[in-house]
Design a binder for this molecule. Structure first.
Ligand code: M6R
Length: 365
């Protein structure tokens, strides 16, 4: 039931603090990931891993792209991320010590399932599914799984499934990190951050009205550009996908550093540009990129850390988020983008929970 919310999508956006808590529950102690959560077979497999291959579609693919940064930073491990419909038809070369990971809300996506079946024939050390449905084909056919505890997701636009996938994938990154030089104190610091996550997501949700006010400026637009750097690039991709999917506005995401290499030509005073700007080591670079957009008259909307030195100026419109531990920023900065697409879709009068031409689970190729 939608309850007080007009749509399942909005209800599911607001469920995130709770379902993130559920996804963490029983999987972390004060200082550690409780590895048993990955099942009895997992230890022998994790012990052999020094490379990760991730395969997924759509929003779940974006969760994979973010995980690559976590694996590099936390587990010092290489990671390849592929779209399932591409992976399944390629001649895949598997490096020794590679773990195969699928990510899926439904566990029934035809291409992801076909990729897993292909991977069964290949010399991976194991096949892990990050999935929201315990009884799904993907979970049944994988060697082991970690369930996201998002509860049933009804809105076609994936929201709470995505953020809980990220939580599960961060736990996986920590478990692999442990085997590759991540010391106890550093693990404990990440766990402390994770314990704060539900509250931080609540604070991001508190920006809902500010985002709703901005959404008015998108309703008559035909295009939008999303920018982010580092792990915020996949966040930007996810924001663009949400906007396309439910408001039918053509949206593209770019790593901000790529602007000069082509997309800057699109920028004029009719082009809304949305940037995600946590206070990280790439902030200075991002600000430089945004100045290039302003100089071309682009309409800038910046979702920024309140300590990132953005002030309300005529050059851009701002949504402020509280300081966020760096590792959690991709999860937290997704929330305002979900809300933005929701409010724009409402203004456009689309069928938010059942956007045209799309199905909740894509069980055919
Ligand atoms: O069930 P899955 O996670 O495997 O689904 C993958 C995509 O079809 C899905 O994420 C799709 O992109 C969503 N509608 C995006 O909001």
């Amino acid at each position: 039931e939608k309850g007080e919310f007009g749509h399942f999508m909005l209800k599911e956006i607001y469920e995130q603090p709770r379902v993130i808590k559920n996804t963490l529950s029983g999987r972390i102690s004060d200082r550690h990931v409780l590895e048993e959560a990955f099942g009895v077979k997992s230890k022998a497999i994790f012990d052999q891993v020094d490379n990760v291959q991730i395969v997924a579609c759509g929003t779940s693919f974006h969760a994979g792209l973010i995980t690559k940064y976590w694996l590099e930073n936390i587990a010092k491990m290489p990671c390849q991320v592929d779209i399932a419909s591409d992976y399944r038809y390629r001649n895949i070369i598997v490096r020794p010590g590679t773990l195969f990971v699928t990510i899926s809300q439904s566990g029934e996506t035809a291409d992801t399932l076909a990729a897993l079946r292909y991977a069964q024939e290949l010399p991976y050390v194991g096949r892990l599914a990050i999935c929201n449905v315990a009884t799904s084909s993907l979970v049944r056919e994988s060697d082991f799984s970690l369930l996201t505890m998002a509860g049933r997701e009804i809105g076609v636009a994936s929201t709470k499934a995505f953020t809980t996938q990220l939580v599960a994938l961060l736990l996986m990154s920590l478990v692999l990190g442990r085997r590759n030089g991540l010391d106890e104190e550093s693990e404990a610091a990440y766990i402390r951050d994770l314990h704060q996550l539900p509250d931080i997501v609540d604070k991001a949700l508190a920006q809902d009205q500010a985002i709703q006010r901005l959404s008015i400026q998108f309703a008559d637009k035909h295009h939008a550009l999303f920018l982010g750097r580092g792990p915020q690039y996949p966040v930007a991709k996810e924001g663009a996908l949400k906007l396309k999917e439910i408001s039918y506005i053509h949206a593209e995401a770019y790593p901000a550093g790529e602007l000069k290499h082509g997309p800057l030509a699109l920028v004029d005073d009719k082009m809304p540009v949305i940037a995600v700007a946590p206070n990280d080591e790439l902030l200075g670079k991002l600000k430089g990129n945004l100045a290039e957009v302003s100089a071309r008259g682009g309409k800038l909307f910046v979702i920024a850390d309140e300590s990132a030195g953005f002030d309300d100026e005529v050059d851009y419109q701002l949504v402020r988020l509280p300081p966020v531990p760096e590792v959690l920023a991709p999860i937290v900065y997704t929330i305002p983008l979900q809300l933005l697409s929701y409010h724009v879709a409402i203004l456009k009068g689309t069928d938010v929970d059942h956007p045209r031409n799309l199905a909740k689970s894509v069980t055919v190729e």
